[in-house]
Design a protein around this ligand. Structure first.
Ligand code: MN
Length: 202
């Protein structure tokens, strides 16, 4: 049974970010918008559980999309709120290891800030600008996210992935992706998946 997600409380008062972000915006954004992501994610996971129960996956695309959209919304907003604090309550620039890493990866704090602001301003449609840690190279990067789902959920850790681009199967399976998927289950390295699960769970 999937866990029930809950709306995390704001870590400060609704008017705490005034005058930069107004109280009414915070009330609507947190209490209405973020809550709807939480509810939408719970509903999607319930519907997917019901689909497994019934063995009926006719709506799997729809509910996967819903889980991606609402899950991404929930996880990103859960980072967004504590990413902010009342003006003047902390340092105005990064310090310590983070400052050093930003200087190393972006040249300077000013250069990072310029890139982040430009990225935020240039997101097409609605979305996010993000400072992320890229663990493969071990470096910071600035990314944009258009909308926010792209059929995934920010914050998840991939454990098992299957490439279903046509180049992965077309020579042998042509348009029969289902046969490729069925065959693929025979070559899954479950030891690797288990190791990734262990590392992710910590
Ligand atoms: Mn929002």
């Amino acid at each position: 049974m999937a866990i029930k997600y809950e709306l995390p409380p704001l870590p400060y008062a609704y008017d705490a970010l005034e005058p930069h972000i107004d109280e009414q915006t915070m009330r609507l954004h947190h209490d209405k918008h973020h809550l709807s992501y939480v509810n939408g994610l719970n509903t999607a996971l319930e519907k997917l559980a019901a689909a497994r129960e019934a063995g009926d996956f006719a709506m799997v695309k729809h509910w996967s999309r819903e889980a991606a959209f609402h899950g991404s919304g929930h996880f990103l907003h859960s980072i967004f709120w504590p990413n902010m604090a009342p003006p003047g309550s902390g340092p105005s620039e990064p310090t310590g290891d983070l400052a050093a890493q930003i200087a190393k990866d972006f040249g300077s704090f000013q250069a990072f800030k310029a890139q982040f602001s430009a990225a935020a301003g240039a997101v097409e449609g609605s979305g996010w600008a993000l400072l992320v840690w890229e663990p493969n190279a071990g470096q910071l990067e600035v990314l944009q996210s258009e909308k926010h789902q792209n059929l995934t959920q920010w914050g998840v850790v991939p454990l098992l992935v299957l490439d279903v681009w046509e180049h992965a199967y077309y020579l042998k399976y042509q348009n029969n992706r289902a046969a490729y998927v069925e065959a693929w289950w025979n070559v899954v390295n479950w030891n690797d998946v288990a190791e990734r699960f262990k590392a992710a769970r910590g």
